[in-house]
Design a protein around this ligand. Structure first.
Ligand code: FAD
Length: 535
């Protein structure tokens, strides 16, 4: 691998944010080099055939509502580069302890009918909620994916606020998932769907912010669905890579950046082990905040406050994932009325609260909340006819202090520990779907440590680039005062999910970084680089 000696910009890391950033810079005519440590692009948006050669498995993420709902990735027109979106018959289903289902279907009439069957009147309340969301939701999403403060989209959202109830609506948005919409719905279904979706992030259900996340996801479920790329998650990354290369960009994989070079407070290039690449304009880092600050750039090269504030940077919980190749569909004891792509498993709302509280206490949950993907249900190309490519994941503490369900210690590299926890998760599926275990052709366990080995940015197996709690959002992400992509080093930008607006595949962190680099470059002259780079 011989790298170019000098380019306009280097993007470190080819996760969705790095790929978006690289595309934006290439669109602006910048000579851009994208360097990726792993053998393939995609970061946590990749697929593989390791579980079984006939089955495509999404190694990490799987469903991409934010990619289609926001203009950032949607605006790249990836369909022209081979991307095809597929949808399951139903979007998301919550399987309860009694086997019954709470379901969101993309057809509003069907969702409303199902909610009414459970509690008369909830269908009409759902329609009213969806109607209200149509008036303001798109502006809220625009505001979310714009650098903070989101002046334009924020203003547009404020103008629409009176049409949706003004301050009452704003207060509702800020309510915890435990309380939001409690007046509107008589049945449990919406509360459960909202709480389960809120727990895709790590904000406690009784804390402000969780309600908004839950609402956002259930409204996305209704309005855009939870789409998957035909052929596997990796197809989304490949489409972004192909578009970038078609626009003149260069990608090098198996190229871990080991240092960002700084001279007089300016980023001048990167080192990939013993090779140097100089930059004329910028370095954009789609890497974990704690890898950027303190490792790729040493604390000595940064203002002292960065070291102090990074000491307070918090990760979200670790993730434990199991991938399955099944010889048939999941044999649900009570079949859902429409087969969902995304499935949540917890007996009740109370059980969700308990599982989250155990996590917060450093305890491995005894009855883990499972998020599952029935991928062949969503995209029949994933595995042979009549089979199912499926996964389930849950969260475990970053630092395990105890086990609420037995004697695990969280030593995940111990195969026995990992198998025992995987069995605990699988028992939950078996209870809902007797005979599930007999359908398993192959199973792969990805512990938090395995996830991090496959993507260094998933520090400790966390999936959102740092906690989504309010004290680490907006201008506090990743540390107070750095709510924008720029860093204390001129020409260096944080482009990963550790930056605002955080985790999920929307590409906004990458787009914000690219826009900041382009804006600053317009204001500053192009740098002359005189010394030849060593190789
Ligand atoms: C198990 C799991 C399930 C998820 N499910 C969903 C989902 O269904 N929907 C959703 O929207 N989101 C989901 N997410 C979250 C989502 O995948 C992430 O928020 C998103 O991938 C973050 O993108 P990123 O580009 O910031 O970082 P990443 O995707 O983590 O990519 C970072 C890239 O940078 C590379 N890198 C790091 N350091 C270096 C270096 N020094 N040199 C070179 N390369 C480097 C890494 O190898 C990696 O390829 C999930 C995540 C996980 C782990």
């Amino acid at each position: 691998m011989t790298l170019p000696r000098e380019v306009d910009a280097v993007v470190i890391g080819a996760g969705p944010n790095g790929l978006v950033a690289a595309n934006r810079l290439a669109d602006a005519g910048w000579d851009t080099l994208l360097l990726e440590a792993q053998p393939e692009v995609g970061g946590a948006v990749r697929s593989d055939r390791e579980v079984h050669p006939d089955f495509v498995t999404d190694t990490f993420s799987a469903f991409y509502p934010m990619a289609v709902a926001s203009q950032v990735i949607n605006g790249l027109q990836l369909e022209e580069h081979g991307l095809v979106w597929r949808h399951a018959p139903a979007v998301v289903g919550h399987s309860r302890g009694d086997g019954s289902w709470a379901i969101v279907h993309r057809d509003l009439d069907i969702t409303a009918k199902l909610l009414d069957e459970e509690h008369p009147g909830d269908g009409a309340a759902w329609r009213a909620l969806v109607d209200q969301w149509h008036k303001i939701g798109p502006s809220l999403i625009d505001a979310l994916v714009t650098p903070f403060p989101p002046l334009g989209p924020g203003l547009r959202a404020m103008i629409k606020l009176p049409r949706v109830g003004g301050l009452s609506f704003l207060r509702e948005l800020l309510s915890p998932a435990a309380n939001i919409l409690e007046q509107e719905f008589g049945g449990e279904a919406v509360r459960l769907l909202l709480a389960g979706n809120a727990l895709h992030a790590d904000i406690p259900l009784d804390a402000a912010g969780s309600g908004f996340l839950g609402l956002l996801l259930i409204m996305l479920a209704q309005n855009v669905g939870f789409p998957v790329p035909e052929g596997g998650a990796g197809k989304l990354s490949e489409a972004m890579r192909d578009r970038f290369v078609n626009h003149g960009g260069a990608v090098v994989c198996d190229a871990e950046v080991t240092k960002i070079n700084i001279s007089c407070g300016v980023a001048t290039g990167v080192a990939v082990h013993d090779q140097l690449v100089r930059v004329r304009r910028a370095v954009l880092a789609d890497v974990a905040a704690e890898h950027l600050y303190g490792r790729l750039v040493t604390f000595d090269e940064l203002p002292p406050r960065v070291r102090v504030m990074m000491a307070g940077f918090r990760r979200d919980p670790a993730t434990f994932k199991i991938d399955y190749a099944l010889n048939g569909p999941v044999p649900w004891r009570t079949q859902p009325p429409y087969a969902p792509g995304t499935v949540h498993i917890s007996d009740s709302y109370e059980e969700l609260v308990i599982a989250f509280a155990q996590l917060s206490a450093g305890s491995i949950p005894d009855r883990p909340f499972l998020l599952m993907g029935q991928m062949t249900t969503a995209d029949p190309t994933r595995s042979p006819d009549g089979t199912e490519s499926m996964w389930a994941y849950t969260h475990v503490p970053q630092r395990v202090l105890s086990d609420a369900g037995g004697t695990l210690t969280g030593s995940w590299d111990d195969a026995d520990e990992a198998e025992r926890f995987a069995d605990r998760m699988q028992d939950r599926i078996e209870q809902r779907a007797p005979g599930f275990s007999e359908r398993i052709i192959a199973r792969r366990i990805l512990t938090p440590l395995d996830l991090e080995r496959r993507d260094a940015s998933l520090v400790g197996g966390s999936l959102n680039g740092g906690t989504a709690a309010l004290d680490q959002q907006l201008i506090f992400r990743p540390i107070p005062g750095l709510g924008r992509a720029s860093t204390p080093i001129r020409g260096l930008y944080l482009a990963s999910a550790s930056a605002h607006p955080g985790g999920s595949v929307h590409g906004a962190c990458g787009m914000n970084a690219a826009r900041a680099a382009l804006t600053h470059a317009r204001l500053a002259p192009r740098r002359a680089v005189s010394k030849p780079a060593s190789t």
